[in-house]
Design a protein around this ligand. Structure first.
Ligand SMILES: *Cc1c(COP(=O)(O)O)cnc(C)c1O
Ligand code: SF4
Length: 445
């Protein structure tokens, strides 16, 4: 069916997972050995892709180096050689599901499934009860994980939320409690923004999404001035906004948020300019914008996918051209297949700076490269020399204690460091300025 407004053809979503690796026509060109490795990796890490990604985004002539293939399909390098060998032996020898799952779970547990104190620290309490589908880490913003939004249109191989997708999260941040969210917010007038996240909340049908969003539009919550939706649907399944059965209804919901006097922002995950090159992707952006919603763009910088300045320069330029706002460049988190994807902080900064120089001020709304760590979002601002010592200049752009925000601090320059925990205080200090306070926060929780 052709959408009357945009002229785009509708597509029916088809989801592919590990069991489809053999039958997909596009993967026929891969060797049997490669496919066996992919299956072994997929038994440990999540794999999910859809027909739009396979047919329109991956350039199969460039496989395995194609960035979108690297971003969505399991790669042998994602497991340590020993782990890969072990899983290959099991899957090749026809081991039973239980044996495979037990081995996979062992490897999963070795991959730091819960970085940045997500589980212990950020779950808020209300009337003595833990509110499992929520995180309240930064004063102004509550994260909400609707239980029905905990999957995605495709999975990113580098995603830090992977434990949710392989079913190992007892917490699963699940919550059907829109009412609880409203009660919590009524009692927390400091909250200005509610950020729906997942997974991908837009995997939900509009009717379901509406049950979460509508209750927030009440005048009693007028202190909540913005609602955000963290999503990769504009990249992985732009039909969601244009031709899907309930896309008109979704636009109406977005309009309703605007009409309530609030800002609706899509925090869109675009990790490569190719996601902005198809007609349907451009049309999705236009439709979202015509509802009055704004689009802000964020992504990690990862090896094999977007680890060069040209890609980022193209990405930000294209976003600006389409009226979407570059927002964050993240450093790949310390979890999962991070060894395959991680890039030294020094190189992240070099990529950021080289790309930042090429865009106009409209593209310089982007901040980063930023690490989402237990104390907050820490940006690598520069490499410099202070009092004769080569240092990383770091800065909190978000912090567990608002007093830390925008504070600059220094770490010893280290060309191999890929995360905050690799860094040591510079200038003869034994601790970073926030560490003692952070330790007492951890103790109190
Ligand atoms: C990034 C993030 C937010 C949103 O932060 P902004 O700087 O307002 O975009 C909220 N909560 C958590 C836990 C985050 O990591
Ligand atoms: S779309 Fe977002 S939540 Fe889903 S796998 Fe990718 S990064 Fe993770």
């Amino acid at each position: 069916m052709v959408n009357i407004i945009t002229g785009c053809d509708a597509q029916k979503l088809k989801i592919y997972s590990a069991k489809d690796l053999d039958s997909l026509p596009q993967t026929r060109q891969l060797s049997g050995a490669r496919k066996a490795e992919m299956k072994a990796v997929a038994s440990v890490l999540p794999f999910r892709v859809n027909n739009y990604v396979v047919e329109n985004l991956i350039d199969w002539k460039e496989v395995p180096d194609d960035p979108i293939f690297q971003l969505t399909f399991p790669q042998p390098g994602m497991l340590e050689p020993d782990s890969l060998k072990r899983m290959l032996q099991l899957t090749n020898s026809g081991a039973g599901d239980n044996e495979i799952m037990a081995a996979a779970r062992e490897i999963q547990l070795s991959l730091n499934p819960h970085p940045a104190g997500q589980k212990q620290l950020n779950v808020p309490k209300f009337k003595g009860e833990s509110l499992d589908g929520m995180q309240h880490k930064y004063r102004e913003t509550v994260l909400f994980f609707p239980s029905a939004g905990q999957t995605c249109f495709s999975y990113c191989t580098y995603c830090f939320r992977w434990p949710q997708f392989v079913g190992m999260d007892e917490l699963k941040f699940a919550s059907k409690q829109a009412a609880t969210l409203v009660e919590y917010l009524k009692n927390h007038k400091e909250v200005k923004s509610v950020l729906f996240t997942g997974g991908d909340p837009l995997i939900m049908k509009t009717v379901l999404l509406r049950t979460y969003i509508e209750p927030l539009l009440t005048p009693e919550l007028e202190h909540v001035t913005s609602i955000r939706i963290g999503t990769k649907a504009p990249a992985f399944w732009p039909y969601r906004f244009v031709t899907d059965d309930d896309s008109d209804d979704l636009m109406r919901l977005f309009e309703q948020v605007k009409q309530s006097g609030r800002n609706l922002a899509l925090m869109a995950h675009y990790s490569h300019p190719r996601f902005l090159e198809t007609d349907i992707a451009e049309n999705a952006i236009k439709r979202i914008q015509s509802s009055g919603a704004t689009i802000r763009c964020q992504s990690p910088v990862v090896r094999h996918v977007n680890d060069n300045a040209k890609v980022w320069s193209d990405l930000w330029s294209r976003e600006v051209k389409l009226g979407a706002i570059p927002y964050y460049m993240f450093v790949e988190r310390d979890t999962g297949a991070r060894r395959y994807f991680e890039i030294p902080l020094e190189q992240c900064l070099a990529i950021f700076n080289a790309a930042y120089k090429t865009v106009s001020g409209l593209g310089r709304t982007v901040r980063g490269p930023s690490m989402s760590c237990t104390p907050g979002k820490v940006m690598i601002d520069a490499i410099s020399e202070v009092a004769g010592e080569k240092v990383f200049v770091l800065k909190f752009i978000q912090a567990r204690d608002p007093a830390w925000v925008n504070q600059v601090f220094f770490a010893k320059y280290d060309p191999h460091a890929t995360w905050l925990n690799h860094l040591e205080p510079a200038l003869g200090k034994s601790k970073f300025f926030f560490e003692e306070q952070m330790a007492s926060m951890l103790k109190a929780s």
